[in-house]
Structure formats: C-alpha cells, structure tokens
Unconditional design. Structure first.
Length: 377
C-alpha cells in the first residue's frame, strides 16, 4: 500500500459550505452593534437599522435610483415564493431551470399555482437550457447561478432590453459575487446567508419600477397569506422598503448582516468582493487543469460558477464519501459534498468571505485525500 504524505498546513477556516456560508474573515460576535437587541423592530432604533439594511444594500450593489429593496420573511425561498404568488399569472411564462432550485420554482408554478401558459426550458446538471428562446412578451423566471449545479448564466445579454414581461431572478448565490445587469432584472431575490455569510430566516427582494407597476395593476386570482402581501388596496406597501417588515425580524440577524455589509465597504466595495470570489475560483481552475481525475460539473467554462463550485471526481460514490469524511475528520473542509439531488461529487463554496489561501490549501489536501482513498481500492 502506498503511504500518502498529507500537507503539513491546513486551511485556517475549513468552512466551505454553500449555505449557510462562511462568516467574513475576522468575524467576531463582539464586533456586532447590538444596541437594537431587546428593542421593538418598530421602535425608531429598530426601524433605523432595518432601513439601513435596505439603503446600504442598494448603495453597495449600485442599484438604479428607482429600484426598491425590502426585507421579507423566510430567506430566499420565502422571498421568491412571495414574488411568484404576488405577480405571476398576468402573462405567459418562460421558466429556465437547470438545477434543484430552478426546478422547484417550476414545480410551484405548474403544480401549486396551477398556471397553464408555461414554457419549460430545462437542462441537465452541468448544462444551461437554450437561453435564446426567451420571449420578451412573457415573464421570464430563472436563477442567475445554479447553487446546486455550479452553472451560472454568463451574462444578461439574452434578456430583451425592450421586454414587455418581467424577469424574476433568484440571485441568492450570485449577488455580491457576480456582475448583475440590473437593467435586465425586474424582480430579484436573495438571502443573507449566501455570499455574505449572514444568518438565515430573512430574504431580500429588489423591485424595478416595472415590477411595482405589475403589483399595483394586477391582482392574482388566488388568496395570499399575510406574509406574502406586498400591496394594500391596490397600492404598494412601501413601508416594506423603508424597514417596516411584514413580520418580526431577528434584530441580531439584522446586526450581523449590517456587519457583513460594512466589511464589504472595508475591502473596497462590490468590485473588490467580486474579485475575491473570482480569485478563489482561479485557484480551483488551475488545479482542475492539471488534475486528470477532477473536472467541473459545468460543461462550458463561461458558465462555471465562482461561488458554488461543483466538481466531478473520477471515483465511485463510496470513494467520494470517504474523501469527504477524511477531509472532515482532519478539519480541512466541512460540508463540501454535492447537493443531495445533484450528481455525486464536491461543492466548494468560493464566495467573497472565503480566503484564497484557504482554497489553495484545500486543493493540496484534496489531492492527497484522493490518492489515499483511491489507492486503497
């Protein structure tokens, strides 16, 4: 049996989970501003903190002045369900999906909302559907980055600028890490625990003026629960976009998210955040290029995600599990197994809160772990 020599240095931070994602470098609970704890979220101090969440998100992302940002319940899932249930049905729908979450939205549209005028454009893991089939007369539903497949759209050029329908974009593992073409996005959702490593339970929605127009001109035929309602008497509940949340938020989670936004500012803003994530991917790209037993699940290099990096391993599913177990026991990498519905393999989070030196150390360990496991068999 070959004796494998493992690297002498381990990643400083073994947290490569794709959600919740790693906290920012240097994170400490003591650094949070906790003055809102124990106070009502409806108090002046509570509203001010929640208003800052909306305003700072808009500023750092560089959103157009007339776009709105709001905090809503139930993470990205709740946010996307809210916008689908509130706005879909006014037009035919083009749904583009190529991984678990996109297929979940398609299922909800067809089987729960029971909408019939739906065009389904699906692709297997590793591929994108034909985006050129998008019809500007229809509403378009898609994920910017497939969290469970590691396949992202390369850009928004395929979305008609003069569209009549709305675009509904689940951007939860893309925002703050990828260039977003906001002029092509009308309804965008994400969650704090992706990319910035925030705590869960809260979602964010970003609305264009055209999305607001839809909300105020269209009433869906189905009843909406209270936490889904974005309008009252035909008008937008604009307080949602000023920090007046629909339900009671965790002010601790709010403080945590504001800390993450302040960190983005401290490193140089959005462009620096995107550059950090791309630098992390570059390390894995270099490793894959020289490694015969490893490949990206994404077939087209232009679609490889720089956040949820999904990798195929030339090994049996049992051997992949053994590699993962070895890395976990050694506290080198935690939670990097492929998503349960995806093909067996690895999923390494390379978002902005991950340090590139940790990614570099991880791939060294991965090489040794592969030899140790596969040589046994």
């Amino acid at each position: 049996m070959n004796i494998v020599e493992f690297p002498s240095v381990k990643p400083n931070n073994p947290n490569f989970s794709s959600g919740p994602c790693s906290k920012r470098p240097g994170y400490q609970l003591q650094s949070l501003n906790l003055e809102t704890l124990g106070r009502s979220h409806r108090s002046s101090i509570g509203k001010s903190a929640l208003r800052s969440v909306c305003d700072e998100t808009k500023r750092i992302l560089g959103l157009p002045d007339d776009y709105l940002v709001g905090v809503v319940p139930a993470s990205d899932t709740g946010a996307f369900e809210m916008v689908m249930w509130s706005m879909l049905g006014a037009r035919d729908i083009d749904v583009f999906c190529w991984e678990s979450f996109g297929k979940g939205w398609l299922n909800d549209i067809v089987n729960d909302l029971k909408l019939e005028s739906v065009n389904r454009y699906e692709a297997d893991y590793g591929l994108l559907p034909d985006l050129s089939l998008a019809n500007g007369e229809n509403d378009i539903v898609f994920t910017w980055n497939g969290t469970t497949s590691g396949v992202k759209v390369p850009n928004g050029d395929w979305i008609p600028q003069d569209r009549e329908g709305l675009t509904f974009c689940d951007a939860t593992s893309a925002v703050f890490a990828m260039e977003m073409q906001w002029s092509k996005l009308d309804v965008t959702t994400f969650s704090w625990q992706k990319v910035l490593g925030g705590e869960g339970a809260h979602g964010m929605i970003i609305l264009s003026p055209r999305a607001v127009e839809r909300l105020e001109s269209y009433t869906p035929p189905w009843p909406l629960p209270k936490i889904f309602k974005l309008t009252k008497k035909g008008k937008l509940i604009d307080g949602i976009f000023r920090g007046e949340t629909i339900n009671t938020p965790s002010m601790l989670c709010v403080a945590d998210y504001l800390d993450a936004l302040a960190w983005i500012d401290s490193i140089g803003g959005l462009s620096a955040a995107i550059a950090r994530s791309e630098a992390n991917l570059a390390i894995i790209e270099e490793f894959v290029e020289k490694t015969s037993w490893l490949s990206f699940l994404a077939r087209d290099p232009a679609t490889v995600s720089n956040t949820s990096v999904c990798l195929s391993v030339d090994a049996s599913p049992e051997q992949v599990k053994e590699i993962l177990k070895l890395l976990e026991v050694e506290k080198v990498a935690l939670d990097i197994g492929a998503y349960r519905d995806a093909p067996p393999g690895l999923r390494v989070w390379c978002g902005v809160t991950v340090e590139k030196q940790d990614v570099a150390l991880l791939v060294e360990w991965l090489a040794s772990a592969y030899v140790a496991v596969v040589s046994k068999g």
